[in-house]
Write a protein that binds this ligand. Structure first.
Ligand SMILES: *Cc1c(COP(=O)(O)O)cnc(C)c1O
Length: 429
């Protein structure tokens, strides 16, 4: 696509955007009585306007039905998570049985590692990307120690080559092949939080399986951002949070995926609780755990109705949008436009002031663009916020900007470029 660096072009793109009406479904934060250009959906998605209303519905149910709310009312809490399962499955490319909303992300990662990291004396290693999100690093280190191994021996990190920021698929595959008889698990992010690199999940899964390992993904930055086919790619398990690209609010509910090929494996360890017990027999309160079929069998505690109501409201917007292929076709252009606009700013400044470390190729990235400023990065970022553009800053030196197809426009991206150039001229003068 050919882009132009002017307002007329940006507005023409917005007029032709079939998703442009969805922006109206969200509330934008304000500063000095002006809405922010919000480019931070990679960190916390915006509040859907219906959020207050759906919480009110549940507060009313609680008020009017109290304990009977579990089985009475329009949508009894006992079965409430099933409404979400139906809407979640298309986002990650899974069957309804393979997904379940529960807990929060790092907790779910631990629960899934209990089932799927099963080290033996010969095969106890985990391969992951160097520079994974810290919570994942801590979770994995603690799991390794829990099984009696030293993280130094058990964790293999695949790092970019000298001078590079991102990983090459062939290097990931080679790292897996090189340790083929030692690895129990390959655990990667779908999209790396720092660089925005979308890994070739299918190739990684194929290599992991060829090596005889289990393959899992943390999809915090991928779910709701790029189209996924977890079932068809034969991924063993995955989990994600819903408060980034899926707009479920701070601390929102997490989702898990377990491939249906594992459903009949009774040898899998689980950390269990009553809500994972077979639904029809659950309230007999008998001794001896019998798991509910599918991903629901990994549930531990009773349904968190309030956070699920928020996630449900946001999932309905995804359904209305037509799900990931529709969103992705806008997202590709919108993020390519941001690449173009950053390069335009460089051109106007006559230097490569901004280096984009996110891969340019569409298949290697989602919405996020990670940018390193040659000079005065933090000052420029702060000024950008002062001028009503909200991205985020990641230590030591990266500005992340993520135009989200549900609520961002081409005009947002264009205006960001205008402000960035103005700020650079002031700050670098
Ligand atoms: C955002 C994020 C988390 C956050 O975990 P919580 O348990 O929800 O706080 C974990 N892992 C990755 C990869 C993330 O991007």
């Amino acid at each position: 696509m050919n882009f132009d660096n002017n307002l007329t072009f940006a507005r023409r793109m917005d007029l032709a955007d079939p998703l442009r009406g969805l922006r109206q479904e969200f509330l934008f934060p304000q500063q000095n009585n002006k809405p922010f250009i919000y480019l931070c959906g990679n960190s916390l998605g915006l509040q859907p306007k219906v959020a207050r209303e759906v919480l009110d519905v549940q507060l009313n149910n609680w008020q009017n039905l109290a304990v009977e709310g579990w089985f009475e009312g329009d949508s009894p809490w006992m079965f409430y998570h099933k409404e979400l399962k139906k809407l979640m499955a298309p986002i990650v490319g899974a069957s309804v049985l393979e997904v379940c909303p529960m807990n929060t992300l790092t907790v779910n990662l631990h629960l899934l590692l209990v089932s799927f990291y099963r080290p033996t004396a010969k095969r106890f290693k985990i391969i992951m990307e160097a520079g994974a999100f810290p919570s994942d690093q801590y979770a994995i280190e603690s799991q390794v120690r829990f099984h009696g191994y030293d993280p130094k021996d058990a964790i293999i990190e695949v790092a970019p080559g000298a001078g590079a920021y991102t990983l090459r698929t062939e290097d990931i595959v080679a790292a897996i092949d090189n340790s083929a008889d030692e690895i129990a698990l390959v655990l990667f992010g779908g999209i790396n939080y720092f660089t925005g690199q979308w890994f070739d999940m299918e190739a990684i899964t194929r290599a992991g399986h060829a090596a005889g390992a289990i393959v899992g993904f943390d999809l915090a930055h991928a779910a709701g951002n790029v189209p996924l086919k977890l079932h068809d790619w034969d991924i063993d398990f995955a989990c994600w949070c819903s408060y980034k690209y899926q707009n479920s609010g701070p601390g929102g509910i997490s989702g898990i995926f377990v491939h249906d090929k594992h459903f009949s494996d009774t040898s899998l360890n689980r950390f269990t609780g009553w809500w994972g017990y077979q639904e029809e027999q659950r309230f007999k309160m008998e001794k001896g755990f019998v798991p509910e079929a599918g991903a629901d069998g990994w549930q531990v505690s009773c349904t968190q109705v309030m956070p699920m109501a928020l996630y449900h409201a946001s999932l309905q917007i995804f359904e209305k949008a037509g799900y990931m292929d529709v969103l992705r076709s806008k997202s590709k252009n919108l993020t390519s436009y941001l690449f173009y606009i950053i390069n335009e700013v460089n051109k106007a400044l006559g230097s490569e002031q901004f280096k984009i470390i996110t891969p340019a190729a569409e298949q290697d990235r989602g919405a996020q663009v990670s940018i390193i400023a040659r000079q005065e990065g933090k000052a420029i970022f702060k000024e950008l916020v002062a001028q009503n553009v909200l991205g985020d800053w990641r230590e030591p030196n990266v500005i992340r900007l993520s135009p989200v197809p549900l609520y961002n426009s081409f005009e947002d991206v264009y205006t960001t470029g205008v402000l960035l150039l103005k700020i650079c001229k002031e700050v670098l003068a």
